[in-house]
Write a protein that binds this ligand. Structure first.
Ligand code: PLP
Length: 384
């Protein structure tokens, strides 16, 4: 990637952007009458849960637009040198959208996705009027990258600006091999961004290939996306993370809404990154890994279930539902899915319409009690 130039692929309007500036960028203490906030305080009963839990946050004030303290904590946790490598978004869904807005010219540029994959890449593409090209993952049950096909697509469509890889994948549960991702990052004929979505990275077992986040010091075209919605159990606070080069991060930060990360979100996320929070994180991951193995073992004795697809590197499993002849069946999978949801109150996800996922249900690994329900209901539905 020696000839890679970020400037040459950033949208011209973003290159020319003068980011929004506020008086608080220069002066942040004193009598603050610069931002039309409400100096009288929040309209909250002072003894209410909301008031108590936001104590000390000055939630009548706009939040810190830069979030250095939070970025420093994430940097330490992810072994990244400093806050200049980060953009924080309202969930990784905002990170995905920001990548489109910084790099893809509507009506002109394209992105490449590797189905079966997370649906938001295509949704964001449509919202931003950006074409979607595809290079299907290997359909041998492993769901790995077909690098030759990616190369072909990139050559056929020089307007591809971003390649979205999802590792571990959703709905595949498969971590992509490091070797294959390095090949994509170093393709000589590709001058765009490679965005690696690592929403589920903390669920990869120790000893296997893990995060690519530290590669940002070696690859000038890499953006790694992570989230606090999954392993940290903080989907409700909406915090997504992009780890990338300082240059790319600076374009993303210049483009974002100035106050996108709420003070409450930042406080909760910072708390989760303290030693006690991290201890709980690791405890939860360990239980989830055990429960994932238990589910996989239990599935073996349910006759109407077929293969478990993918390499099980996530907090869910992707399993085939079979018909009476033993073939993966979308009809039966869909019936089981709706019956369990409507009559028995168990909601899983039907994924049979995704390429390579014929007859598949995607089932999140829950608590031991929740997983008991999964095993019981699937046995009732499918062991006949
Ligand atoms: C692969 C992947 N990326 C990103 C997201 C979105 O995460 P967030 O809650 O941070 O927006 C999800 C959510 O399911 C996901 O599966």
């Amino acid at each position: 990637m020696s000839t890679f130039s970020v400037k040459s692929i950033v949208r011209p309007n973003i290159l020319a952007l003068k980011p929004y500036r506020c008086a608080r960028d220069d002066y942040s203490s004193g009598v603050l009458l610069d931002a039309n906030e409400n100096s009288f305080g929040p309209a909250l009963n002072p003894t209410s849960d909301a008031a108590v839990s936001s104590e000390g946050l000055d939630i009548n004030r706009y939040p810190d637009p830069h979030q250095h303290d939070l970025k420093n904590l994430i940097a330490k946790f992810r072994n990244i040198s400093g806050p200049e490598h980060f953009f924080l978004g309202v969930g990784s869904d905002e990170v995905i959208d920001m990548i489109f807005r910084v790099f893809c010219v509507p009506g002109k540029d394209a992105v490449l996705i590797t189905p079966p994959t997370y649906g938001m890449y295509s949704v964001c593409a449509q919202i931003n009027d950006v074409e979607v090209q595809k290079a299907t993952l290997t359909l041998d049950g492993q769901f790995q990258l077909n690098v030759e096909e990616i190369e072909k697509q990139v050559e056929a469509h020089p307007n591809i600006k971003v390649i979205f890889l999802c590792s571990p994948g959703n709905p595949t549960g498969s971590a992509l091999s490091h070797e294959s991702m390095k090949r994509v990052l170093s393709m000589p004929n590709y001058k765009g961004i490679v965005a690696v979505d690592e929403a589920y990275v903390d669920f990869i077992e120790a000893g296997k290939e893990g995060s690519t986040a530290t590669w940002v010091k070696d690859y000038p075209n890499l953006i790694v996306m992570q989230t606090m919605s999954k392993s940290f159990g903080l989907a409700g606070v909406r915090l997504g993370v992009a780890i990338t080069t300082p240059e790319i991060a600076s374009y993303m930060n210049a483009t974002k809404a100035p106050y996108n990360i709420a003070s409450t979100t930042s406080r909760v996320a910072q708390e989760a990154l303290q030693p006690q929070g991290l201890e709980i994180l690791h405890k939860h991951i360990a239980v989830m890994l055990q429960e994932r193995s238990r589910l996989l073992e239990a599935f073996k004795s349910i006759s109407g279930l077929g293969r478990v697809l993918g390499t099980n590197d996530s907090n869910f499993v992707l399993v085939e539902v079979l018909d009476k002849e033993g073939k993966p069946s979308n009809d039966r999978a869909y019936n089981v899915y709706t019956d369990m949801a409507k009559r028995q109150g168990l909601v899983v996800r039907f994924r049979g319409s995704e390429v390579g996922c014929e007859g598949c249900l995607r089932i999140t690994v829950g608590t031991p009690e929740e997983n008991d329900v999964v095993i019981k209901l699937l046995t009732e539905q499918l062991n006949s």
